[in-house]
Design a protein around this ligand. Structure first.
Ligand code: SF4
Ligand code: SF4
Length: 58
């Protein structure tokens, strides 16, 4: 199962982006992160590094 970024919780710190091994996470123009689900391999690395718990498994 890929992950999803809850936009309301994301503060744009980019911590998740630097740990994603497949570059599935990108920053959007609104300053929040977005997960390309087709690239996510569900490694889970991004979940614990998010300071606001904005990343959830879907
Ligand atoms: S679960 Fe892994 S592959 Fe998927 S977005 Fe997070 S760090 Fe990237
Ligand atoms: S780590 Fe969390 S708060 Fe930081 S950019 Fe990623 S989703 Fe947003």
């Amino acid at each position: 199962m890929p992950v999803r970024v809850e936009k309301d919780l994301c503060i744009g710190c980019e911590a998740c982006i630097s740990v994603c091994p497949t570059s599935a996470l990108v920053m959007e123009d609104d300053g929040t992160a977005f997960c390309h689900e087709d690239l996510c391999i569900d490694c889970g690395a991004c979940i614990p590094v998010c300071p606001t718990e904005a990343i959830i498994e879907v």
